[in-house]
Design a protein around this ligand. Structure first.
Ligand code: SF4
Length: 473
C-alpha cells in the first residue's frame, strides 16, 4: 500500500493536547505502509525466536541470555513481550494488536486471498475468550511453555497457524481470528477498557457529513470488524489509525481511564466477561503461577504418592507421557508424572473455583445491596475488578522476567516494594471504580458503601493470591 496523502481533519477535539493526540491518530493513518513494513519485521523476529531455539540444543547451566538463543527467546517472549504487551493494553489500548502483532498481521494478510466465507455461528460464541484463555494457560503449564522451546512452537506457532487458516477461510481483509478466537482477545478487551486513549466517533459530525462537500470520505476497512459509525469504547478497536479523520468524525482522543468501565460503553458487560475477570484472571491465572511454590500442592502430592505406592499405582508416579502432553526432559532432570500433571490441573482449577466463586459471590452481594438483584448490575460491578485482575497477571508474568535476570546475577532490591505499590494501587483503583459504578445505581450512601465493601473484599481475595506467592511461600 502506498503512502496515503496527509489530509487535515476538520474534527479536532477541544484543547491543544486533544488536537495533538488526534493529529497523531491521523499520522498513523497516513503511515500505514510503514506500519505494514514494521509488522513484517516483527513477523520475521517472531518466526526466528520461535523456530531457531526449537532446533538448537537446550542450554546448559553455564549459558546466558546473551550467549544462548533459547534463553534469549525465553526472555524475549515471556520476560519482555508478554508482561509488557499486557501493560501496553492499559497504557495505549490495543495498539499492540493493530500496529505490531505478528499473528494479527498474518491473519489479515492471509484474508486478502481468503475464501471470504461468512463467520460461522460457532465462532461467534461469547465463551471463546474465556475457554481459549483457560485451555492455553493450563496446557502451557502442562508442557512448561515458559521453560522449553518446543512447547512454545506448539502454543504460539499453533495459534499462528490457526490464525492464518482462519484468515484464509473467513472474511476479506479482516481479522476474524483476532475478533473471535485469539486466546488473549478477552484479556486484551478487558484491559484496554482502562486505556486513557481511544478512537471516538462523533455521531453528530458523522450525521452532518455531506458527501458532496465533506472530506475524508473514502471508505475505510476496519480489519478488526469494529462498526466505526457506532463505535463505543476501546475494547474491540485495534488502534490501527486507519479510520482517523473518517468523515471528519473519527478521532483519537484522550479520556479518563475510568470512563469506559464506569459508563459501561459499548456492548453491556457480560457474564463471560465476569467469568474471565474472577474465575480466569483472578483465579485460574493465579493458580497457574502459584502451584509450583505452593506448600499445599507439595503436601497433597506427598499424601497422594504415599497412597498410590500403598495401593500399587506406582506407574502413575513415573514420567510416562511425551513432552507435548506433560513436561518430560530427563536430561534436564525435569519431568512430570501423571500424578504431578493431574494434581497441577486440579490445583489450578480448584484455585479458579474457590477464588472466582468467592469473588463473584461478593460482587453479587454488592450488586444486591444496590437494589433488587439484576445480572446486568452484577456484571457492571464486576468490571471494577479489572485493575487487580490485570495487575496480578502482570506481576505473575514479570516474576519470570525477574527470575531470568536473577539467574544472570542481577539483583533488584526495588522489586518487592514495587510489587506492593502496584497491588495497593490496583486495589485502590478497583475500590474507586466500584464507588463510581455504585453511584449509577443508588444514591443512598449506606448502600453504596455496602457495595464497595463487598468489592473490596473480593479485591482482598485477589491480592491475597499474590501476597502468598511473593511474600509468604
Ligand atoms: S475502529 Fe477499526 S479502523 Fe478504526 S482504529 Fe479501530 S481498528 Fe482501526
Amino acid at each position: 500500500m502506498g503512502r496515503a496523502q496527509a489530509i487535515p481533519s476538520l474534527h479536532a477535539p477541544a484543547g491543544a493536547v486533544q488536537a495533538r493526540v488526534a493529529r497523531f491518530g491521523e499520522w498513523l493513518r497516513d503511515h500505514q505502509s510503514a506500519i505494514r513494513r514494521t509488522q513484517w519485521v516483527v513477523v520475521f523476529i517472531y518466526a526466528a525466536l520461535l523456530i531457531v531455539p526449537a532446533l538448537a540444543p537446550l542450554p546448559d547451566r553455564t549459558a546466558h541470555i546473551w550467549t544462548h538463543v533459547t534463553l534469549l527467546a525465553q526472555f524475549a517472549f515471556w520476560g519482555i513481550w508478554w508482561p509488557f504487551v499486557l501493560l501496553s493494553m492499559i497504557l495505549v489500548g490495543r495498539s499492540w494488536c493493530g500496529l505490531f502483532c505478528p499473528e494479527g498481521a498474518l491473519t489479515e494478510i492471509a484474508s486478502r486471498w481468503s475464501l471470504a466465507r461468512a463467520t460461522p455461528r460457532w465462532m461467534k460464541w461469547a465463551g471463546w475468550p474465556f475457554v481459549a484463555f483457560a485451555c492455553t494457560t493450563i496446557y502451557g503449564q502442562m508442557v512448561s511453555v515458559y521453560q522449553y522451546p518446543k512447547p512454545v512452537v506448539i502454543v504460539l506457532g499453533g495459534s499462528t497457524i490457526a490464525a492464518i487458516a482462519v484468515g484464509l477461510m473467513y472474511g476479506r481483509d479482516k481479522r476474524v481470528w483476532c475478533r473471535f478466537l485469539c486466546p488473549v482477545n478477552g484479556v486484551f478487551r478487558l484491559l484496554s477498557k482502562l486505556a486513557p486513549l481511544r478512537y471516538r466517533t462523533d455521531r453528530a459530525a458523522w450525521d452532518a457529513w455531506d458527501p458532496e462537500t465533506g472530506r475524508n470520505g473514502a471508505m475505510k476497512n476496519c480489519a478488526a470488524l469494529v462498526p466505526i459509525k457506532i463505535m463505543e469504547g476501546a475494547a474491540t478497536c485495534h488502534m490501527c489509525g486507519r479510520c482517523a479523520g473518517y468523515k471528519d468524525a473519527v478521532a483519537l482522543e484522550l479520556r479518563s481511564p475510568n470512563q469506559e468501565i464506569v459508563e459501561a460503553f459499548g456492548p453491556p458487560p457480560s457474564a463471560w466477561e465476569t467469568a474471565l475477570i474472577t474465575f480466569g484472571l483472578m483465579g485460574l491465572a493465579a493458580g497457574a503461577f502459584q502451584w509450583a511454590s505452593s506448600p499445599w500442592f507439595v503436601a497433597a502430592r506427598q499424601w497422594l504418592a504415599g497412597w498410590m505406592i500403598e495401593h500399587g499405582f506406582t506407574s502413575l508416579l513415573e514420567p510416562l507421557l511425551p513432552w507435548w502432553i506433560l513436561t518430560n526432559y530427563p536430561d534436564q532432570n525435569d519431568m512430570m508424572s501423571p500424578l504431578d500433571g493431574g494434581l497441577m490441573i486440579a490445583y489450578v482449577l480448584a484455585t479458579a473455583a474457590v477464588v472466582g466463586g468467592a469473588a463473584t459471590a461478593l460482587v453479587a452481594l454488592g450488586a444486591r445491596l444496590l437494589g433488587p438483584f439484576e445480572a446486568r448490575r452484577l456484571h457492571h460491578l464486576a468490571q471494577s475488578l479489572i485493575p487487580i485482575a490485570g495487575c496480578g497477571v502482570f506481576l505473575g508474568l514479570s516474576a519470570l522476567t525477574v527470575t531470568m535476570l536473577k539467574a544472570e546475577g542481577l539483583r533488584f532490591s526495588f522489586v518487592g516494594p514495587a510489587r506492593a505499590v502496584l497491588l495497593a494501587g490496583a486495589a485502590l483503583w478497583c475500590v474507586w471504580l466500584a464507588w463510581q459504578i455504585s453511584g449509577r445505581y443508588a444514591s443512598d450512601i449506606a448502600r453504596r458503601i455496602g457495595a464497595v465493601v463487598c468489592v473490596a473484599a473480593a479485591v482482598a481475595i485477589g491480592v491475597a493470591q499474590w501476597v502468598l506467592l511473593f511474600w509468604v511461600w
